[in-house]
Design a protein around this ligand. Sequence first.
Ligand SMILES: [Zn+2]
Length: 214
Amino acid sequence: MIKLFKTAKPQVLIDNGSQWTMAIMQHITNGTNVPENIRGKYRHVDIKNQVIVETNGKCAYCESYVTHQYPGDIEHIIPKSIFPRLTFTWNNLSFVCYWCNNHKRNTIDKKCKLLNPYTDNIDEHLRAFGPIVMHVNSSKRGELTHLEIKLNRKELIERRVEAIKALQNLIDKYERETIVGLKEILRQEIIESSAIDKEFSLYLNQYLTDRGIV
Ligand SMILES: [Zn+2]
């Protein structure tokens, strides 16, 4: 998980968000089921495209690229099942992978909330140690977040190890290179390969910091 920044609200939400919310709340007040054609409006293609832009096509929680293998889900950071009024609230929407979406429970502990990548400073709560992520500063919210969403699941660790190995290969090439121009190209490649739009950038950046390379 890395810090994310909210982009401009999509026009379709500006135009319809309040009306859709009122429709949902009306059904809840009346005790009737909210029809899927109202409840699912948050899946509008413009909304999905916009959350994909702001997460760089990665899961907001585990930083996997999700569009390659699985189309990915629009995430309600605060569960819509508890706060239906937030179903179409732009600041409550993000983009996540199938697995993180499934692990995250539809509950809220007011005393210890899951980290919100848009509003929390993630590095005050979580840090990468090689291919795993751990809570720091005795952060209970960090601990709850990585445990509940299972951010250290085996499949993720394996893929992070591969990403770190690929980065180390680049570092080895960089360190062996003696031609100044080629060395500079490799240095740029190292920086680009760990940029925030790349998969597992939290781990790759921390690796570079720990190796004293940035
Ligand atoms: Zn994920």
